[in-house]
Ligand binder design. Structure first.
Ligand SMILES: Cc1cc2nc3c(=O)[nH]c(=O)nc-3n(C[C@H](O)[C@H](O)[C@H](O)COP(=O)(O)OP(=O)(O)OC[C@H]3O[C@@H](n4cnc5c(N)ncnc54)[C@H](O)[C@@H]3O)c2cc1C
Length: 372
């Protein structure tokens, strides 16, 4: 059986690891000259987003023998709004490194495969289809799926980020919501060492936002973050991503082509997390190729998660800065804080996003008078 994997990132390499364990040696094609050949950034996984899975890293290790070392466990997530700050406490997720850092998740996965990776590949999908029995599209965006008429794009985002130096606690990332500066967007600070972190602003490309000056938003947020952290952060590297697609494929598999990772639609539009889904789609596609699972069946829950997440995004977008202040202030209430900590904990299996979807849908309906 000849299997081609296009893209040696999270989903492509997870597919390769699984295929190899099932006795199939895939041929991997990677456009770049090495695995993770892009900017270094800190990312995170939060178990509340991946319910009913509790502890996401233990889950993929126990169930699929895919082992990843995180930078740290998240034990405190700071949430900032315009006037308030609160935290969610307890073991709630993990932070990790991506890109060309030697400990990045993609580099860790590369060490778990034996198959050769063909770097600097210029192979096109159409050529791979002619030469291989199965093609796994793992190129990290929805381009191919769109080109094949198999992708529903709900929004695109602009992301501007930087590596910043300062004093950080790797178990304590921060997120800011301030729609006055960054309409309908958010800012993350995810440390990947005691003195380095990734600071990123991300906002949707809606008509009103496209007019805004990204550099001015960045400067305002950068000053705000420095103020909130009480130190001047030094920028050592930066990146910008335009039109980052958030959407999902219509069909996870067409004939012998599998859509995995962001080609599938792994990014949860709510807060932009896609790492776990990327790994799972890689594994599931390998199961289907080897005849031990049905990709359409296995990915059903991921389509549902996506739908809950898009409702969550619309809910967040419909809030005002005052309402965000109100909710975040409430987290400082002892009882509400304790309940939130429990719901977000790695040991809780309650799918609060799914449970609250009908209420958020009603709110969205009320706010937009019928568009959801
Ligand atoms: C700035 C940023 C921050 C993020 N933060 C988080 C976070 O905190 N938590 C989280 O869970 N998710 C986060 N995500 C999302 C997460 O990174 C992605 O969902 C995940 O990496 C997608 O995996 P993938 O396998 O689809 O793509 P990738 O891991 O990006 O791999 C795609 C690979 O395909 C290669 N490729 C591209 N085109 C071709 C081609 N034509 N031929 C061959 N190879 C090709 C690329 O070079 C790359 O190596 C973030 C994304 C961004 C951009």
């Amino acid at each position: 059986m000849k299997v081609a994997i296009m893209g040696a990132g999270l989903s492509g390499l997870s597919c390769a690891i699984t295929l190899e364990r099932l006795g199939v040696s895939p041929t991997i094609f990677e456009k770049r000259s090495m695995v993770g050949d892009r900017f270094i950034n800190g990312e995170a996984m939060f178990s509340i987003i991946d319910r009913p899975i509790k502890d996401n890293l233990s889950y993929i290790s126990k169930n699929y023998n895919i082992n990843l070392n995180a930078t740290d466990k998240v034990t405190k997530l700071f949430i900032h709004s315009q006037k308030e700050v609160a935290s969610i406490n307890g073991k709630i997720g993990y932070t990790n490194i991506r890109g060309r850092h030697e400990d990045s998740y993609e580099r860790q996965l590369e060490k778990q495969i034996k198959s050769k990776i063909n770097f600097n590949s210029t192979y096109d999908y159409e050529d791979l289809c002619k030469d291989y029995d199965y093609v796994v599209l793992a190129t990290g965006d929805g381009e191919y799926a769109s080109r094949l008429g198999n992708y529903k794009c709900d929004l695109t985002c602009t992301i501007k980020g930087a590596t910043v130096q300062g004093n950080f606690i790797t178990s304590s990332p921060h997120v800011w919501f301030n729609y006055d500066i960054l309409p309908k967007g958010y800012t993350w600070l995810i440390p990947f060492s005691d003195n380095e972190a990734n600071l990123s602003i991300a906002y949707p490309d809606y008509p009103d936002n496209i007019k805004l000056d990204i550099n001015s938003m960045w400067e305002k947020f950068y000053s705000l973050v420095c103020r909130d952290l009480g130190e001047d952060l030094t920028i050592t590297d930066n990146f910008e991503i335009t039109r980052y697609m958030m959407g999902i494929c219509n069909k996870p598999k067409i004939n012998n082509t599998y859509f995995v990772g962001n080609c599938f639609g792994s990014i949860s539009p709510g807060l932009g997390f896609g790492q776990l889904t990327s790994i799972l789609t890689g594994v599931y596609s390998a199961y289907d190729i080897c005849g031990i699972g049905d990709y359409e069946e296995l990915t059903k829950h991921l389509f549902e998660d996506y739908n809950h997440s898009i409702v969550f995004r619309r809910f967040m977008e419909n809030l005002t800065d005052e309402q965000l202040d109100f909710h975040i202030k409430n987290l400082n209430n002892n009882i509400i804080g304790m309940i939130s900590d429990r719901l977000c904990s790695n040991s809780c299996g309650i799918d609060i996003l799914k449970l609250s979807t009908p209420i958020m849908r009603l709110w969205n309906y009320y706010k937009s008078k019928g568009s959801i």
